[in-house]
Design a protein around this ligand. Structure first.
Ligand SMILES: Cc1ncc(COP(=O)(O)O)c(C=O)c1O
Length: 391
């Protein structure tokens, strides 16, 4: 029998998406895979209907339909102040998932090392392996999930990385990197001539007083920062699979080739329809923050009542909950118990950590308030198990 590629032995199928399947099987409320259960903005739905009747049913330009890239460039300029040339600085991808793979394959040769903060969004390890790179992990430590500057400096000096991946705001920790931290990372990247690959799908979900700082717009950043981003979370359209890579022209010229042979392009009618989202006024983004701040308040309110410790997220819509007081042997056993006995699905924290860390389950709160109340009520049942030894 022919043997499948050895590189695939180094990682498993997505734990997050596996938990979604388990939730469906047991009828649990799915707070595992981070997607909303509410509608996208009405403007997008109307535009989607219109796009089905337009001339959008064949391949779009490989690196993105011109109207979409032009709207994207205007929107990015409004957020970052950067003068984005839609023909030179952007490749439209199938979500940030593809954007990250394109960025990694554009930046790295087989054998190159890439610094990844741990805990990390689980795709990064797979992206590194599939692009032939070797991840080098630097811890973000609870409860603040800050990194140690010396540890990062040593990792750069020791591993001579080709790139560092920074998820900002961070999934799963909810950490929002400060301007000082990003300047430090950029300074190290410059010193060691490395790329900085930013993954920023939660750029618009940052809770005051925290603020999103665009690394690409910082002084000296443009030639080495490759930004991966997505419309999935900003417009509640995870199923539309729209994202992009943004970088300097010499990087984009190479990234286009990778993207072309990976997927040819993102769906043409959806690019057309999504222009309506990119043209929404600034008040839309303020409304989005208010919406998520309210959801956070509702969900964290229940978590506080359970007595389980957690760090309040500064951005994104995830929370790592410390379940060690429940006494499970592993977080995987705990996550299964939450699905089957409590009726709420989360993700075992160990799938995000390089270190042998089994203290956490990650829940997300990108759900209607009624869903969060239903999940919260179920989670309160956890109180009677705290301190007991579970199997
Ligand atoms: C940090 C991060 N990057 C990328 C993605 C993938 O997003 P997309 O739907 O754009 O592929 C996610 C999705 O949860 C994410 O949390």
């Amino acid at each position: 029998m022919p043997v499948t590629a050895t590189r695939l032995a180094a990682f498993t199928e997505s734990v997050i998406r596996g938990m979604s399947r388990l939730a469906a099987k047991h009828g649990a409320i799915n707070l595992a895979q981070g997607f909303p259960d509410f509608e996208p903005p009405e403007e997008l739905l109307v535009a989607l209907e219109r796009a089905t009747r337009g001339p959008n049913h064949q391949y779009a330009v490989t690196w993105g339909a011109p109207r979409f890239r032009q709207a994207l460039a205007r929107k990015i300029h409004a957020c970052t102040g950067l003068a984005i040339d839609p023909d030179q600085h952007l490749v439209v991808t199938c979500g940030s998932t593809e954007a990250m793979m394109v960025a990694m394959m554009t930046a790295c040769n087989p054998g190159d090392r890439v610094i990844v903060f741990s805990p990390f969004y689980e795709n990064y390890a797979a992206d590194a392996i599939l692009s032939g790179a070797e991840p080098v992990y630097v811890p973000l430590r609870a409860p603040e999930f800050n990194y140690d500057r010396t540890e990062l400096e040593q990792a750069f000096a020791r591993s001579k990385p080709k790139a560092i991946i920074v998820c900002n705001p961070s999934n799963p920790t909810g950490k929002v990197f400060t301007r000082e931290e990003l300047l430090h990372i950029l300074q190290l990247a410059e010193q060691h001539d490395a790329f900085v690959i930013m993954d920023e799908p939660y750029e618009h979900i940052v809770y005051p007083p925290h603020q999103h700082v665009y690394a690409s717009a910082l002084p000296g950043a443009w030639e080495r920062v490759i930004t991966c981003n997505s419309l999935s979370k900003t417009y509640s359209i995870t199923g539309w699979r729209l994202g992009y890579v943004m970088a300097a022209p010499r990087i984009i010229a190479e990234a286009r080739k990778v993207h072309d042979f990976l997927t040819v392009g993102a769906a043409a009618p959806l690019q057309e329809a999504a222009v309506a989202g990119l043209e929404l006024p600034a008040s839309y983004y303020q409304g989005l923050i208010n919406l998520y701040a309210k959801k956070k308040e509702v969900f964290l309110g229940y978590l506080r009542q359970t007595g389980l410790p957690f760090s309040e997220p500064q951005g994104a819509y995830y929370v790592l909950v410390d379940i060690s007081s429940l006494g499970f042997a592993t977080d995987t056993a705990a996550a299964e118990w939450f699905v089957k006995e409590i009726g709420v699905a989360g993700v075992p924290g160990s799938s995000f950590f390089r270190e042998p860390e089994h203290r956490f389950i990650r829940f997300h709160f990108a759900k209607k308030e009624e869903t969060l109340h239903a999940a919260g009520q179920k989670l309160l049942a956890v109180k009677k198990f705290a301190g007991k030894k579970m199997v």
